[in-house]
Design a protein around this ligand. Structure first.
Ligand code: PMP
Length: 300
């Protein structure tokens, strides 16, 4: 009803940022909205890194971090997770102090492993690292129900990335948010292109935030179904790693699971880490999860 496609959208996303500030429990001035958090992550890496500058992150993690670094010539330095995909924050801190990166990226919960870094560990990271920008990518944090957004004014080198693509189910709208102290947000704002978030997306995102109870019940349902799916996969001899997200990361007793499930119309993600095959399975609806388990049973 209030869509005027012949005029430019609000470049400052004022109303949307006000709504987001209530959801994220911060000030409007602490938020910069992007065309998905992808745009924001790329923007920050570009703003901070010259050729050869370093970016430190755990591996495995969200693969696009490396791509954005490659695009601007920054050097991506990966710190290996433990064998069970847990992440040792002391190893990360040690590497940071060794290579003095411009940026540290920590995905929490981690994609694709689902691993959750505890808040006191992130505080330890923040207390030990002052010379690098620390980006905590909380793309999946809505499912976890925990965040470090409350620390942005305590640590001026902390940035939190959030998105409406996961728990809000609005990936097609491309709305992400970068949250940090006011100075930092003002600084990054200088490199933002005008009108980066289109009018339709702003309106729809505002509507979604006005109906936050729907999002919250969806989150509760996903968390319940994830635990149920994990239990059922364990019963049929899968190794299932603890996840704080809307997917589970697993080892399968069935060889070529990706290809076999693809043949019955089920798409999962396949990963190869250190020569071993792992899968990331997104939590579906109750029925979808049942179909998945039944199809796997036939393959056993
Ligand atoms: N961070 C992580 C960890 C992700 O998994 C994704 C989406 N796959 C993104 C950021 C980017 O999400 P979007 O651009 O849709 O906000």
């Amino acid at each position: 009803d209030n869509l005027q496609a012949n005029i430019y959208p609000d470049s400052d996303c004022k109303v949307l940022r006000e709504k987001l500030s209530k959801y994220y429990n911060c000030k409007t001035e602490n938020i910069l909205v992007g065309n998905g958090s992808s745009e924001l992550i790329n923007m920050v890496i570009n703003a901070y890194c010259e050729k050869k500058d370093k970016v430190v992150s755990f591996i495995p993690t969200f693969s696009m971090y490396q791509t954005y670094c490659d695009l601007c010539g920054a050097e991506y330095v990966g710190v290996k997770c433990n064998e069970d995909f847990s992440q040792n924050i002391d190893n990360l801190i040690e590497k940071i102090l060794e290579v003095n990166p411009k940026i540290v990226l920590l995905c929490n919960p981690n994609n694709p492993t689902g691993y959750v870094t505890k808040k006191d560990e992130i505080i330890k990271l923040l207390n030990n690292v002052n010379n690098s920008l620390i980006i905590i990518d909380e793309a999946y944090a809505d499912f976890l129900g925990d965040s470090v957004i409350d620390l942005i004014n305590k640590y001026d080198n902390l940035v939190v990335m959030r998105t409406l693509s996961k728990a809000f189910g609005l990936a097609g709208l491309r709305v992400g948010a970068m949250i940090g102290n006011e100075e930092l947000i003002k600084y990054i704002w200088k490199v933002k292109v005008p009108y980066n978030v289109n009018m339709l997306s702003q309106i729809a995102a505002i509507k979604a935030l006005d109906n936050i109870n729907l999002v919250n019940s969806y989150i509760g349902e996903v968390n319940r179904l994830r635990e149920e799916l994990s239990r059922n996969l364990k019963k049929i001899k899968f190794t299932v790693y603890d996840s704080g997200s809307n997917f589970v990361f697993v080892e399968s007793p069935v060889d070529n699971l990706f290809e076999k499930l693809m043949n019955c119309g089920i798409l999962i993600r396949k990963f190869n880490f250190n020569g071993k095959i792992y899968y990331r399975i997104t939590v579906g609806t109750e029925e979808e999860n049942e179909i998945l388990i039944n199809e796997i049973r036939k393959l056993l």
